[in-house]
Ligand binder design. Structure first.
Ligand SMILES: [Zn+2]
Length: 398
């Protein structure tokens, strides 16, 4: 990088990285972010604009800044031609897909019921069709795709990138999801589990913006956590980090699908809560029905959701002592039940964590709802552009 060309390339990458990290920024905001001079930033931005990779946002009026006598400073963002990221989020029932440009502006979203698909191959056939459809809606071409992120339920083995537990996702166990999707789409594919990607989404776009250390807890048919330490997702040695639902809480409790006994998930996930309510509200009570009961102020429903929060918070209190996060962000299907769950968690953390750790942490609901996983898959790709570049697949246009 000692040559003038090398230095120019390095400076250009600084601008590109800063704009990617911020999503949108004015020229004057890019100066301190890159450490480059105003003239150098203006030259590089001009070059990126002349090649159509960066555009001035016509809708950026709310962000325009007036500096002295100078003209308003336009907000810059990436054009879709600079590259498009594909995010996929899969749960037991549904697949969600989103396309975004490198400024994380979502260009198209689709979803698909997964129930009819018996194999990964059949599901990915449908995914390919859905990608083509979404690209057409975004007015983009397949060659602009630069990477895909996919979120799957259950732990992901970081060595093989195969789904970790046969008990949690039996149909897809033997398939290497990443390799198969890479082959079909012709772009690098990153796989992570749902809770990790939802944590990344809340960190990037939602309730955790600006934070460095947070615990995201997902309460659905299972319970999982995504740990963000020092601004980065923590996977652990083999990808098991954050398996909160399998923390042992009841010595004589029910047998869990992991083979353990009395795991947190056997008392505080949506399945066992529904079983507690069914004697009073009927055997056909659904999750949506339970959430409606809580929202309607049903005392019994509110009580069991609050108790579930307390059980989860008891485990999170210990985690706060270990990790000292500044926020616990609560998501997953049960988070739609509103304040009862968050209150239960908050009270248990206040009661059982070390006072200094409890004071440092705020418990807050996630902001992204059921879109969190697919947005996290997008964030995974957008944050990882440099690595994708060095993989040589595909050729990028800067
Ligand atoms: Zn378990």
């Amino acid at each position: 990088m000692g040559t003038p060309e090398g230095l120019r390339e390095l400076n250009r990458l600084r601008v590109v990285d800063a704009l990617r990290a911020r999503g949108r920024a004015s020229r004057s905001e890019l100066v301190p972010l890159t450490g480059l001079s105003r003239t150098t930033v203006a030259t590089i931005v001009g070059d990126l604009q002349s090649r159509g990779l960066v555009v001035e946002d016509a809708e950026g009026n709310g962000r325009r800044e007036q500096r002295g006598r100078g003209r308003p400073s336009a907000v810059l963002r990436f054009h879709a031609s600079a590259g498009i990221a594909l995010g996929l989020g899969v749960d037991e029932r549904r697949l969600r897909l989103a396309l975004a440009d490198l400024s994380a502006v979502v260009l198209a979203e689709r979803s698909l019921e997964l129930a009819p698909y018996d194999t990964l191959g059949a599901a990915l056939d449908a995914v390919e069709e859905l990608v083509a459809d979404a690209l057409a809606q975004a007015g983009a071409e397949r060659r602009q795709l630069m990477g895909a992120g996919i979120g799957l339920p259950g732990p992901i083995d970081r060595g093989s990138v195969a789904v970790g537990s046969p008990l949690l996702l039996p149909r897809w166990l033997d398939d290497d999801v990443s390799a198969e999707l890479t082959r079909r789409l012709g772009v690098p594919v990153e796989v992570d589990n749902d809770a990790n990607l939802e944590a990344l989404a809340e960190l990037t776009f939602g309730a955790g913006r600006g934070l460095e250390d947070l615990v995201y807890v997902k309460v659905s048919h299972g319970i999982g956590a995504g740990l963000v330490l020092g601004g980065r997702l923590h996977h652990g040695a083999t990808g098991i980090a954050g398996e909160l639902g399998h923390v042992h809480v009841q010595p004589d409790g029910a047998v869990c699908r992991c083979g353990g006994r009395g795991c947190l998930g056997t008392i505080a996930s949506t399945g066992p809560l529904l079983e507690l309510l069914r004697p009073a509200h009927g055997a056909d009570l659904t999750l949506e029905g339970m959430i409606a009961l809580v929202a309607g102020g049903d005392l019994g429903a509110r009580r069991i959701v609050h108790d579930a929060g307390a059980a989860i918070g008891r485990v999170l209190a210990d985690l706060c002592n270990h990790l000292n996060p500044s926020a616990i962000v609560v998501g997953g299907e049960l988070s739609a039940a509103g304040t009862a769950l968050v209150d239960g968690i908050e009270q248990a953390v206040a009661r059982f964590a070390l006072p200094a750790a409890a004071r440092a942490v705020t418990v807050r609901p996630g902001l992204l709802g059921e879109r969190a996983e697919v947005l996290g898959a997008l964030a995974l790709v957008i944050r990882d552009v440099e690595r994708l570049r060095s993989s040589g697949l595909p050729a990028l246009h800067w």
